[in-house]
Design a protein around this ligand. Sequence first.
Ligand SMILES: C[S@@+](CC[C@H](N)C(=O)[O-])C[C@H]1O[C@@H](n2cnc3c(N)ncnc32)[C@H](O)[C@@H]1O
Length: 367
Amino acid sequence: MFKMLWEVLAKESPLSFERYMELCLYHVEYGYYAKANLPGKRGDYITSPCIHKVFGATLGRQIIEMYHLLEKPENFVIVEAGAAQGFLALDILEYLEKKKYEFNYFIIEPFSKIKSIQENTLYNFKDKIKWFNSLEEIPKFRGVFISNELFDSFPVRLIEKNDGRIKEIWLEIKENKILEIRKDIKDENILKRLGGYYFLWEEGYRTEVCMRIDKIYQVLSEKMEEGFIITIDYGYPRSDYYSANRKKGTLICYYQHKVIEDPYFRPGEVDITSHLDFTLLKELGDKYNFLNIGFTQQGAFLVSLGIHEVLYEISKPNLKDINALKFLVFPEGFGSSHWVLIQGRIKEKELKKELTGFNLSNRIYLL
Ligand SMILES: C[S@@+](CC[C@H](N)C(=O)[O-])C[C@H]1O[C@@H](n2cnc3c(N)ncnc32)[C@H](O)[C@@H]1O
């Protein structure tokens, strides 16, 4: 199987790094995600929904507030993309049920192997959930689009400053060997996305640009009549992302809970990921008519929503539960590496007060 992906890669050679990453992660047969490699202790990396149910339950609190802000639309729906095992969906739905709310839930899942795992996890809510292969397939809706660590898995263009110019990395692949080549960039939009910071970079500076997120916003702008986009991921505002100090960019791989810097290590067997440029999401919000409502670190967001109270609402916590909560909230865990951005299609005057998740801090000005 491993050998077969090499054959696919060699057949397309020369190919851009972006296409290489796409094949490694999403090739229908040999891609890392297509083979249903999922987060968790037995996987290669861990995510917040794998850590504790209180993460999804606390997000459930924020979603309930959103539902009321939208004046309780009859067909309110939660849409999730990149749902992995379905843990976040399960924890949100269980919390909503506890609070006597009944919302429908759409999951966007392109891979059938992953869909079967989700069906299993979400068996008790099977009447509430509908699966779609892509966002394009869902009907127009009022509600919430939520993702946790989705955009960091989108293929990126790999960029390098070389001979004083900004180049894109392409790959020549022959007999299981990968040779990087540098090409001039013809697409002005890629350079624009770097925000002019490249004038300050030193020779050899490397980074990434993601051009694939635009499509999601374009489709969401067609589908969401009213509602909110909740994005949780690791990333930075653009000024930090492309700062002169970050010479190696953010591209990284995970293999059996180890960080691997070489993106050519065992193609199709490792998770390849990069951080998110949150300023890009803000710009896409502006472009597609979503209000940029709030941006803060995951820890501040969850504490603002009362994660500690939620923990007692859903359980009789023991030390293990408390430690999990700490991991979600403290900087040593995911509290400051992960950020929450909320955008909305809602009239500004209807947002009479800050969303509860931003009570402690709203740093949208950073974007
Ligand atoms: C890092 S994992 C998500 C982790 C999960 N949300 C969690 O919190 O445990 C990224 C997932 O997004 C999926 N994905 C990537 N692009 C997608 C898209 N356009 N629509 C739906 N899922 C997508 C991948 O197949 C993969 O399963």
